[in-house]
Design a protein around this ligand. Structure first.
Ligand code: E4P
Length: 308
């Protein structure tokens, strides 16, 4: 489990060198959460996002091709319309739009186009996986594109991050955000863990190296190095990145992604994520808790006495 005592003063020092999230200009009552983490909606569905934005629950959006498709986009033109509407809705807050091209030149060209849609565009760049789409593709495409876009002053969100070294190299290439997918990591372990071994064993069980498939081996070293069995392997990833970024005063923002429930939201807050992108169906649960609801009913009933 996450150990709250591992929170370091260094993480706070890194955080307060980033821009303030809640500003209180000319106010006697200073905002109590000036360096709060930002919460984004992980969605492309305008009607789901709008009420959350108007309620001040979210200050940004992340999308990807799957979310665009879910929101109804059946062509590039429709994806553009959805993107522009979202950019306008939350302006000046950021909206991550993912590249769909797969070669360096075309990705840079597409990034320029996306960037022209608004001042609040963040270009989402997959950090790897290119040869899995086409074996002739350059595996370093993502990192090269992130670096080229940094040189062009275009903000990027390095996506599909699954270990702290990928996060480090993306930041080193110039990414504004890194998106570790902690829910997918937890799902993977849930499916692939050996039931009689400690939680998360498929990601670090070193003795199994000779017997595991290559795609299960590549993640192992960090988990061996950083503490063995843990139930919360996804959140462990956030903590690791936070420690690495703190050690080297890296200001790239840790954007916890692929969240599934409120337990993971709480754990990410404890682990030191800079931004959490949360599905709208999870965010919609913010005002609800059985005890909040029961308490409110009692207060309402008891307040009737003042009507007399
Ligand atoms: C992040 O920016 C991604 O859009 C997202 O969090 C992926 O989550 P999923 O695992 O629910 O698809």
């Amino acid at each position: 489990m996450f150990n709250i005592h591992q929170t370091k003063a260094g993480a706070h020092a890194r955080r307060i060198r980033m821009p303030k999230v809640n500003i209180s200009p000319d106010k006697k009552l200073l905002h109590p959460a000036e360096w709060a983490p930002r919460i984004f909606a992980d969605s492309a569905a305008y009607s789901d996002i709008e009420p959350l934005f108007r309620a001040g629950i979210i200050t940004g959006i992340t999308t990807n091709p799957t979310l665009m498709k879910k929101a109804g986009a059946k062509s590039w033109a429709e994806a553009e319309k959805i993107s522009r509407d979202l950019l306008k809705l939350v302006s000046p807050f950021p909206v991550s739009l993912e590249l769909t091209e797969l070669t360096r030149e075309k990705m840079i060209e597409q990034a320029r186009l996306l960037d022209s849609w608004g001042d609040n565009v963040v270009v989402k760049v997959p950090v790897g996986g290119y040869p899995d789409v086409d074996p002739s593709f350059d595996p370093y495409t993502g990192l090269k594109v992130i670096h080229a876009l940094w040189e062009m002053d275009i903000r990027t969100n390095a996506t599909l991050i699954f270990n702290s070294t990928q996060a480090f190299w993306a930041a080193n290439a110039g990414a504004t955000y890194v998106s570790p997918f902690l829910g997918r990591m937890a799902d993977y372990a849930y499916k692939n863990d050996h039931p009689e071994r400690p939680p998360g064993n498929c990601l670090y069980w070193i003795e199994d190296h000779k017997n595991t498939k290559a795609d299960q081996m590549v993640f192992n070293t960090e988990y061996v190095a950083s503490g063995g069995p843990r139930k919360d392997i996804g959140v462990r990833l956030i903590q690791e990145i936070s420690v690495v970024f703190t050690n080297y005063d890296i200001h790239c923002q840790i954007l916890a992604a692929s969240l599934r429930n409120f337990a993971q939201v709480s754990e990410c807050l404890l682990a030191g994520a800079d931004v959490l992108t949360v599905p709208t169906q999870v965010l919609e649960q913010v005002p609800f808790h059985p005890l909040t609801q029961a308490g409110m009913k009692t207060f309402f009933e008891d307040s009737k006495v003042f009507d007399k």
